[in-house]
Design a protein around this ligand. Sequence first.
Ligand code: FES
Length: 156
Amino acid sequence: MSHAPFAPDEAAGIVAGLKDLEGPLLPILHAIQARFGHVPEAAIRLVAAELNLSRAEVHGTMSFYHDFRAEPAGRRVVKVCRAEACQARGGAAVEAALAASLGLPVGETSPDGRVSLEAVYCLGLCAIGPNALVDGRPVARLDPAKAARLAAEALS
Ligand code: FES
């Protein structure tokens, strides 16, 4: 999905349009991320000022909801499930294999912008885990070898 480059005026318009909602913070963060693909620090400052919140509060909300990102995503996005059922089925080894093969810890994007590795917390596919999402497509029954192949594909 392509996103617009961050534009402060446009972000201010998004905030102005939603700030009178009850509980406006999440809708505003979602709208900014939908438009720009991430919520940069400048947007966090703007949102905090407009909603009379501290920047720490806005950061706290962003990190609580794992879908928000402060940096643009890579062109490919691999999300590995860290929730309980996948962990019980070997999710940690799958995550380690993805991280090693991509050369990235979870939460980071490669410097060339090619790929991001992220965590996700349950895809509702617990019975066929460990699971990941590759560009939004679920991949089930992963093991370290399959995870390494998946990473190689994502890098190709
Ligand atoms: S715990 Fe991974 S899909 Fe539910």
